[in-house]
Design a protein around this ligand. Structure first.
Ligand code: FBP
Length: 552
């Protein structure tokens, strides 16, 4: 296979590890912190996680660790959407295992959690790992969104793990996948099995974070990739001066990606779902906000601009949120019946008796192609697939209509030509930035240390991330610490709470202070492509969000 010059150069890149992980592995000890509590619903969670609830925080420090040298068999799963750096988590885990004991074995489960359920595993060797070091993608073993949910799926997972003689399973995933990791850890213990389960925080969406998980991996690279593209579009529209670009950005629920790209590129408008929900803005109000900027800029003869739209927006607009929730419950209550209805009109009729009148009217007034997108299959976690709802097109058509109305009464004299884009898949498999390459390798290495130290039900944690890598702090946080109870598929379930944008946080406040000027004037920034080789200040910077959140 011929490979690109960049790929060749990236193979040779040696990810930086925190100083505490650079010692010989038997000189890395575990320091136990205070017992922990869940973010909410503590009593219910204590019952569900009778064995795993409330474990202490863990930090790796210099010191003797007699447990480390054991021969181990570990299985690894990549779960959910791709995020740059997944291969390095596996490489860090693999290298840690081999440092601990050269006879240790790492199995890779193919195609996500279903690989564990169906026992589809391969042994990961040096040859395989070396082909994927510092590369994007999850193609080393593939990923999937199967949820380990039914008693049969839990039993099959245990059976596979026993058959392979596993000591531990590492699940690399987002909030839903790590919820699964917590449930699996608890299940194994209740069945008297010593097989450990460790999670790693992955998702480009950036919504799996707290004090100890400062960012999920992949967010850095994905945002830098989208910002390069957005910056290029900003420059194009500032050159041609004839289009308004409506750019939807991935991020199933939280708007972290859109906000970070806004801070990097300074578009004219960036919608922030969390603010829209807090202020209770209707779809009509959002359209009015966009039109206000278009009209002002037209007054300066600038009939062009850039609007960023977070993918999850529709679920935060109160009337649409209500519609989606009613659709989810109605469909979940009679899934088979709904699936058997093939025509859109029949689906609408079926729903007319199962959802409220205002929701039904809203569904009915949406353009039919958009309305159909609300009825598409849910993902295995019961989420509507927001990446398939074309909000950017809906907004362009509503803005056009509104501007025409303003033109008719002489309140607007400009021209408006809207173009739409959706950036999501373009960023999920990019070569990981140096930050993600280093961070992921460290997360994988820490996952090994958590396993070798005999822990289960933990999420690998590497923090102090705005400092140089040598000063990073590694350890683990109990998965139950991030959980609460939420309504899923029509009933209450334990889940890891998503970290949405904090409207009192520094990144949002910085954006808010600047956005009025951006809405009227042309203030674009052009961040350019990710640099992998060169001076530190160009290559090793984190996201603006992370810097601001850590007070830098
Ligand atoms: P994860 O939460 O699994 O990391 O996935 C994130 C994401 O990229 C979202 O931004 C997006 O909505 C979703 O995956 C799309 O997933 P798919 O390609 O499976 O439809």
């Amino acid at each position: 296979m011929s490979i690109s010059a960049l790929q060749n150069a990236r193979y040779a890149y040696k990810p930086k590890l925190p100083a505490c992980l650079n010692s010989p592995v038997n000189e890395i000890a575990v320091e136990m912190g205070e017992p922990t509590e869940a973010v909410a619903d503590r009593n219910e969670l204590k019952e569900i996680f009778a064995q795993c609830y409330g474990k202490p925080l863990v930090t790796f420090i210099k010191g003797k660790n007699d447990k480390i040298g054991r021969e181990l068999k570990v299985g690894v799963i990549l779960s959910g959407g791709q995020a740059p750096g997944g291969h390095n988590v596996i490489a860090g885990l693999f290298d840690g295992l081999k440092k601990g004991n050269a006879a240790s074995i790492l199995y890779g489960f193919k195609g996500g959690p279903s690989g564990l359920i169906d026992n589809k595993a391969i042994i990961l060797t040096d040859d395989i790992i070396d082909k994927y070091r510092n590369t994007g993608g999850f193609d080393i073993i593939g990923s999937g969104r199967t949820k380990i949910e039914t008693p049969q799926q839990f039993a099959s997972s245990l059976e596979t793990a026993k058959k392979l003689g596993l000591d531990a399973i590492v699940i690399i995933g987002g909030d839903d996948s790590n919820t699964n990791a917590a449930l699996l850890a608890e299940y194994f213990l209740t069945k008297g099995s010593k097989i450990q389960v460790i999670g790693c925080p992955k998702t480009i969406d950036g919504d799996l974070k707290n004090e100890y998980i400062e960012t999920s991996f992949g967010f850095d690279t994905a945002c830098k990739t989208y910002s390069e593209l957005i910056g290029n579009i900003c420059r194009d529209t500032n050159s041609a001066k004839k289009y308004w670009h409506f750019i939807k950005l991935m991020g199933r629920a939280a708007s972290h990606i859109a906000l970070e790209c806004a801070l990097q590129c300074r578009p004219n408008i960036c919608l922030v779902s969390e603010e829209i929900e807090a202020k209770g803005y209707s779809l009509e109000t959002i359209v009015e906000l966009i039109c206000a900027s278009v009209v002002k800029r037209a007054g300066n003869s600038e009939n062009f601009g850039v609007v960023l739209i977070p993918e999850g927006l529709v679920e935060f607009i109160p009337e649409i949120k209500k519609l989606i929730s009613e659709l989810n419950d109605a469909i979940a209550a009679d899934e088979k019946n709904f699936a058997s209805i093939s025509s859109f009109l029949d689906q609408i009729t079926w729903l007319s008796r199962r959802i409220s009148q205002p929701s039904y009217s809203l569904l009915y007034t949406l353009p039919p192609d958009i309305a159909q997108q609300f009825l598409m299959d849910r993902d295995p976690h019961g989420n509507v697939q927001v990446s398939r709802i074309e909000t950017e097109k809906l907004l362009v058509s509503m803005v056009e209509k509104k501007l025409q109305g303003l033109k008719d009464i002489n309140l607007y004299k400009g021209s408006f030509s809207g173009l739409t884009h959706f950036f999501g898949y373009e960023g999920r498999c990019a070569f990981p930035s140096n930050f993600d390459a280093d961070y992921c390798y460290s997360l994988g290495f820490s996952a090994f240390l958590l396993i070798a130290s005999g822990l289960t039900g933990y999420l690998s944690s590497v923090r102090n991330l705005t400092a140089p890598a040598e000063q990073w702090i590694a350890g683990g946080i109990p998965l139950t610490m991030m959980m609460n109870m939420e309504q899923r598929h029509g009933s209450k379930k334990p889940v890891i709470k998503k970290a949405l944008i904090d409207l009192d946080g520094k990144p949002f406040k910085a954006f808010k202070a600047a956005r009025e000027e951006w809405a009227e004037k042309t203030c674009f920034l052009y961040p350019g492509a990710i640099q992998y080789f060169g001076p530190e200040e160009v290559c090793d910077q984190t996201t603006i969000t992370l810097k601001m959140e850590r007070g830098k």
